[in-house]
Design a protein around this ligand. Structure first.
Ligand code: ATP
Length: 234
């Protein structure tokens, strides 16, 4: 479904991703593990064209996404849940954030918009009471729910999650990731989950890839990765 082929990215003269190849299928969760600065965020940002690739390809069912635009990626059904600022407008209400996130391909049809908002509220019922509040006034956990609901507006085919465990209680992390797993199983959502916290990622992942200083050093089914091997990776 999503194929990343020999992707290389540099910041100035410094190469931070070196010929990275990865793929994720419909209904599959791929965990990309790596230490600080390994290039995990850069990898996700390049998939949605927030950073420019020097070479390589990124295809979604054959459509080239590499070095297009975040909007092109979103319209194709690829959404990023960023770690920095969680990608929401804190001075706008929760409802506004959801409305803004509606992809253009779904048109400006009000009924459709309401249907999509209802879908997100079914997943995160806690947000029902918060719709009229500025997103920035919510707790960290609730803001993360808004961010995830924003990413799910328009039902993406591929969700990219950048360290969702940062700043959240273990309970909430579990809830969010269980939701990702449920959407993968029930709706065929493909997900790439970037984490430093390997144990969090392994709970829901089908496959694991280890990224070390910009290179994929290992890939394995999640069930085959032992704790010792994880220590080995880092
Ligand atoms: P972290 O968990 O700390 O976010 P990461 O694995 O996500 O780490 P990246 O954020 O992709 O890693 O960063 C990879 C390397 O590129 C790091 O050494 C980082 O300092 C550097 N880097 C990231 N963004 C930029 C930028 N905009 N300009 C220059 N260097 C950058």
């Amino acid at each position: 479904m999503l194929e990343i082929e020999a992707l290389s990215v540099s910041y100035g003269k410094r190469e931070v991703l070196s010929r990275v190849s990865l793929s994720v299928k419909e209904g599959e969760v791929l965990a990309v593990l790596g230490h600080n600065g390994a290039g995990k965020t850069t990898l996700l940002k390049s998939v949605v064209s927030l950073v420019r690739a020097e070479s390589g390809g990124i295809h979604l069912d054959g459509t080239q996404l590499c070095n297009t635009s975040p909007r092109t990626a979103a319209e194709a059904g690829v959404r990023l849940l960023p770690s920095e600022f969680r990608g929401i407008f804190s001075s706008r209400t929760v409802l506004d954030n959801l409305k803004i996130a509606m992809p253009a391909r779904m048109g400006r049809d009000k009924a459709r918009q309401e249907q999509e908002i209802a879908y997100c509220l079914e997943i995160f019922p806690d947000l029902r009471q918060k719709l009229k509040q500025p997103a920035g006034s919510l707790s960290g956990g609730q803001q993360q729910m808004v961010a995830m609901a924003v990413a799910l507006m328009g039902r993406p085919r591929v969700l990219l999650l950048d360290e969702p465990s940062i700043g959240l209680s273990p309970n909430l992390v579990q809830r969010l990731l269980d939701e990702v797993r449920r959407l993968s199983d029930s709706q065929g959502l493909a997900a790439i989950l970037v984490e430093q916290n390997a144990n969090v990622a392994l709970r829901i992942a089908d496959r694991v890839a280890a990224l070390r200083t910009g290179t994929i050093i290992r890939e394995a089914p999640a069930g085959q990765v032992t704790q010792e091997q994880l220590w080995d990776l880092f």
